[in-house]
Structure formats: C-alpha cells, structure tokens
Design a protein around this ligand. Structure first.
Ligand code: IFM
Length: 653
C-alpha cells in the first residue's frame, strides 16, 4: 500500500472453461479443496478422454490472512484471502500450481496434489532457483553468441528459446507443431518442419530431445502404414500433417477469407515428408552414434518407408525409367506435378539407406535383421527391385545447361519477373490465384536448392551456382514459405554471396519479432527458428563433419566480430569460438574439445561403435552417480513420484 489503510482481497482460481477459438475441448470431472488449503480441478478432453488435474496453493508471505475462503464455483474453483494493510506495508502472495495429465501418471489428481505439497514445502524462492539453474544448463548446452550485431544475437536467442520451450523432454509420443503451442495456426499439427528444420538444433545440442522426437515417428508408424494402405501401397507413408496417432490430419478443404473453399492436396500427395523423416533419423545416428535407437526403432522406419517407395515408384516402359508422378514438392505453388526433383532424389537416397541399414544390421544386430526381414517381407526379390529403382529413378538433370528441372515441364511454364510485382504485401500465389499460380515459374520455396543444401557433398560448386542463379530470382522469398529464407541464406553463403546471405538471415530473423509476414498471430514460425540456427552453424559458421571430426570453415557477415557455439558429436562436446579478425576466407577452424565426456544431464548415448557395456563400477573406473540419478529419476517419473537432485543427494549412501 502506498497510502491506503484497510482490507485487501486477493482472489485466484483455476478457470477450466477456456475454449480454443470457440471450440470447447473439456468435460468437467471434479473439483474441490484438499486439507482446507489446496484447490484442484479435474477435467477430461472430450474427444480423447485424457484426464487432467491442476492444483494450486495460494499463500501469503510474512503475514497472516484475516480471512480465507474457498469458493466452489462450478468449473472455476477459487480461493480468497483477505489481508489488512497500512500505508507503506507490503503483502506478498505466492501461487504455486501443478498440472498433470493421464499421459504423465496413472492418477493425475493425487500426483498433482502430492507434488503441490512438496513444492509448497520448498517455497517459491527455492522453486525459482531450481528453475534458474535448469535454464542455465539449457543455455550451456544450446546457446549461440553473436558479437558485433546485437539484433541478430537477440533474434537468434529468441529463436532458440522458442525451440527449447517446445522440445519434449519427458514424452516420446509427441512432436513439435509447426507453430509449437504458440497459436492456433495448423491446429498443433506436425510437418516436415520438425525433421528438416528444427531437429538438427536438437540433434547437435540436446540429442535426448531429438531422440524423443524421432521416437514419436516410430510410435506413429501404424498411422503411416494405414496411410500407405489406404492409397493402395505397402510400407509406411508418413502423414503430411501428423498428430497423436500419425494418421493423416491435413484438412482436405480450407475456406479462403472470401468463403471460397480450396481443396488442399498435401495430405494426399505431398510425399517427401516420408523420406525427410528418414533423413533426420540418419543424421541423428551419424551425429550421436546412437546404435540403440537405430536397432530398436530407426531401422524399421528406414526399411518400412523403403517398402512404401518400392511400391509407389512407377515404371515408365517408354523411357525405361522409374517415375514418381502426381506429387507436390516443397514448392507448393505447383501441385499434381510429375517427377519433382526433391522428392525423387530423397526417395533414391531413402532406398539406398535401407539397403545399407540392412547390411549393417546383418553385421551388428543379426537377430534384428532376421526379425525385420521376416516381418517386413524383405525378400531378395524386393531388394533387387529397390536397387533397380535406385539406378533408374528419373532425376532430371540437363548435362548441357547443368540445370536440374524442378519437375516435368517446369521450364515451359510462363516466366514472370518477380521484381515487376513489387512492392507487394501478398504471396505470388495470392496475387495470381491457385490456378494461375501453377502456370508460372514462381516458387513458394526452392526444391532444387533444398536438395543441394541437404546433400552438399553430392554437388559441384559450379553446378550449385548455375542452379542458384536460375532458381533464386524465381522464388517468392518474401511472402512464399517462411521455411525458404534461412535455407536460402545458407545457400547464399555457399555461392559466396555473404551480404545477400546476411540480408536473408535478417529477413528470416524478423519473421516473428517484427511480424514480417503479417501472420504471427497464427503462432510463431518454428521452422524459421530452426532454420536460423542452421544458417548460423552450417552457413556462416561453416560447420562440417569430417572423418577427423567437426571443423568450421566460417564466413561471418562483416558486422559479426564473433560467433560462438557448442555442438555435441559422438557424445563429446565441441566448442567453436570464431572471431572475425582471425579468419581469412576459407581458413579451417578446429574446435576446442572438452577432455571429459560432455555432462549432458539428459543424454546418455553411447558413442559409436559400442560393442559391450561396463556396468556399475561405482567409481572404480568411472563415476556412475549421474547414471544412478537418471535411473532413479526415470523410475520416479514413471511412478509419478516427485524426485529431484536434492532428493537424490539426500539418498546418497
Ligand atoms: O511445412 C510447411 C510447408 O513447407 C509450407 N507451408 C507451411 C507448412 C507448415 O509450416
């Protein structure tokens, strides 16, 4: 109180009737008060019957309430405190809340109330401190520092923060949605954004989160198999938009602002997502050496997706080649195209990986190889068919011009000078309309350059440059896909256009911070956030994994005086500190490597190759206390018992 003397009433509740843009998702189950102190509300999702319990405690610090009441408002249980204040006096109120669902624990109500009691006995200050320390660990593993350009530094750390708060740490049955949980755009659905744009950040800095995301794809394999079956094919074909079960959730029809309904074909024919998932799995394996994941989960996905491609590829007798017709590539301005270059290239690679993984399993996990061969019917005939597709799938490259044609007939479409449409505030697709947008050579995002980005080692520099020069002026980078600019920035670095790369990076960095596309109210653009990390590390930082380990060949924008980041590779931490004064163009920079194994509190992945395990040496050869803690923690989490490092310390010995 500044100058007030008298009673002050504080009310706080759990409002359970919140809707999502008009949709009510909850059924009320029960509510009440525990021990005359803690208030709880239990709800259940209407469609999926997931139980949720929230519980809270409202307390005064250093003062006793004159009055305390519980108001049992239906759907919104509330607690009221009254305190008397004199001028100059302060009353401090603490509200501590716990939330559990039936996905976390068998009994959300008792877990929420038990944990609440424990949290209250710690008090807000201790909880705050624990939270601060947890964040310190997160940043230690994942932070990037840019010096000389505060705006970029801020934008990048904002992006990483968005990814860090979206990464599933305790649950491997969920993924990250295109808008994370920040808005209603795309209804919480997961796209290739996760595997190609977001996952590298986690794979290289917090592989345990990447592992959870990749296990999500394994747990949704049944959905992918049913999609393949529904389309008359074998194997597994991942949903373009995926949710809890992995069945296709892309809406078929979407209303435009004028009420006109537009048929969305992505769920039917945007197929590259299936190979994108495999790309992420292979990258995760290469960077972490996590053989356990590959044997138990990843191999099956790689093989089952190959079965899908094997049955999806069409033999063209006239041209003596395999084709993939009627698809949508990353460039969604053109649908129902034949032989999209990105899709065909990814399919060929997916099939090659399937053959390689099968060989590897035969060598290192023969029982698993046998089991998968039987279960997935991997006959010799099938493998020969895959080899045939690898050899004869159509990749449209013109050896005289050195251009890849994005899809059949692309070069015959009408040319439009993008600059003649400026200034504009809409996408080219919106300007031309869905139908006419198909007839012109303007891309929403570039398929050819995306392919070249992902397979850098497969393309000579002069070919990259020729394709860059062809496709860049034909790409709607400002209002096309928000996934485009960060990757375009990386490609600009690769062709030596550093200032251009920097401008693209800045444009991407403003996507949400300055609402550059005018659609941030739908939710943030998580793929852009992940793309910005990649632009720093693989673009300006020039990170490469060589047979000798990670190195950097940096090309920092002139403004940047320093770029500092960490990565993990084969369970070791590498620190890169790139300073502009030290660099001379193509100079190779070796990282500092920590002597000890990186103490990632969440990661316990073996480095490849691991042929045996040393168990429980209790400090004779190695300090195992962290692993003991992780094991107890996992057990406690599974049982819904609160357990943290403090408890662990108390139990030592
Ligand atoms: O996955 C993207 C797609 O590439 C372009 N449209 C938006 C999707 C979700 O971000």
């Amino acid at each position: 109180s500044i100058d007030y003397s008298g009673p002050v009433e504080i009310r706080s509740s759990l409002p359970g009737h919140t809707d999502n843009t008009g949709w009510a998702h909850w059924n009320w189950k029960t509510q009440g008060q525990d021990n005359n102190q803690n208030v709880f509300l239990c709800l259940e999702t209407r469609a999926t019957n997931i139980n949720l319990c929230e519980a809270f405690h409202l307390g005064l610090i250093n003062k006793s309430p004159l009055r305390q009441e519980y108001w049992d408002n239906h759907w919104s249980p509330e607690r009221v405190l009254e305190v008397h204040l004199q001028p100059g006096e302060t009353a401090t109120v603490e509200k501590i809340t716990t939330v559990f669902t039936s996905r976390d624990t068998a009994d959300p109500k008792s877990t929420a109330l038990n944990l609440l009691n424990r949290a209250c006995s710690c008090g807000y200050a201790a909880l705050w401190e624990a939270n601060r320390k947890a964040w310190e660990r997160e940043w230690e593993m994942s932070d990037i520092t840019i010096e000389g350009d505060d705006e970029s530094d801020l934008a990048l750390r904002y992006s990483l923060f968005q990814l860090l708060i979206a990464g599933p740490r305790q649950d491997d049955h969920v993924s990250i949605a295109a808008k994370t949980l920040s808005g209603f755009g795309y209804r919480g659905h997961t796209f290739w954004d996760t595997e190609i744009f977001i996952l590298p950040f986690f794979t290289y800095t917090q592989p345990q989160i990447a592992l959870n995301l990749l296990k999500y794809r394994f747990h949704t394999l049944a959905g992918a198999q049913s999609k393949a079956r529904d389309h008359g094919h074998e194997g597994a074909c991942f949903a373009w938009e995926s949710a809890a079960t992995g069945v296709e959730t892309t809406p078929r029809w979407v209303p435009l602002p004028n009420g006109e309904l537009i048929r969305i074909w992505c769920g039917d024919i945007e197929l590259h997502i299936t190979a994108d998932v495999v790309y992420a799995i292979e990258q995760y394996w290469r960077i972490t050496g996590d053989d356990h994941y590959i044997v138990k989960y990843g191999a099956e996905i790689i093989l089952d997706t190959a079965r899908y491609w094997g049955s999806r590829a069409e033999w063209n007798e006239e041209h003596q080649r395999y084709e993939i017709n009627d698809v949508i590539g990353p460039d969604e301005n053109h649908d129902h195209v034949n032989n999209d270059i990105y899709t065909n290239y990814m399919i060929r690679w997916n099939l090659k990986k399937a053959l390689e993984i099968l060989d590897w399993l035969h060598q290192f996990a023969p029982t698993k190889a046998q089991e998968l061969e039987n279960r997935l019917d991997l006959s010799a005939q099938r493998l020969i068919h895959w080899e045939d597709i690898i050899e004869k799938i159509y990749i449209n490259f013109d050896s005289s011009t050195h251009l890849f044609e994005q899809c059949d007939g692309f070069f015959n479409l009408k040319q439009v000078d993008l600059s003649s449409l400026e200034p504009r505030t809409q996408s080219v697709q919106a300007l031309f309309g869905f139908e006419d947008g198909q007839k012109i050579q303007i891309l929403k995002q570039p398929d050819v350059l995306m392919m070249m980005y992902l397979f850098e080692e497969n393309f000579d520099q002069d070919i990259v440059k020729i394709n860059w020069e062809y496709y860049t002026p034909r790409t709607d980078l400002t209002y096309g896909s928000s996934l485009g600019p960060p990757i375009q920035a990386i490609m600009a670095v690769r062709v030596g256009e550093i200032e251009n790369a920097y401008q693209l990076f800045r444009f991407a960095a403003n996507t949400d911070l300055k609402d550059a596309r005018g659609n941030s109210s739908d939710g943030i653009h998580a793929a852009t956030n992940g793309g910005l990390w990649q632009a720093c590390i693989f673009g300006f930082g020039g990170l490469k994994i060589t047979p000798e380990g990670p190195i950097a060949i940096p090309h920092l924008p002139p403004k940047w005086t320093r770029l500092h980041f960490n990565i993990q590779y084969l369970n070791k931490r590498y620190e890169f500190d790139l300073k502009s004064g030290d660099l001379s163009g193509e100079e190779k920079v070796n990282p500092q490597q920590s002597d000890s194994q990186y103490q990632n509190n969440q990661t316990n992945q073996p480095a490849f190759p691991i042929l045996g395990a040393i168990f429980d040496l209790d400090g004779v050869l190695t300090d195992t206390s962290e692993f003991h803690y992780l094991a107890w923690k996992q057990l406690a989490d599974e049982e819904g018992i609160p357990f943290d490092r403090e408890d662990n310390e108390a139990l030592r010995g």
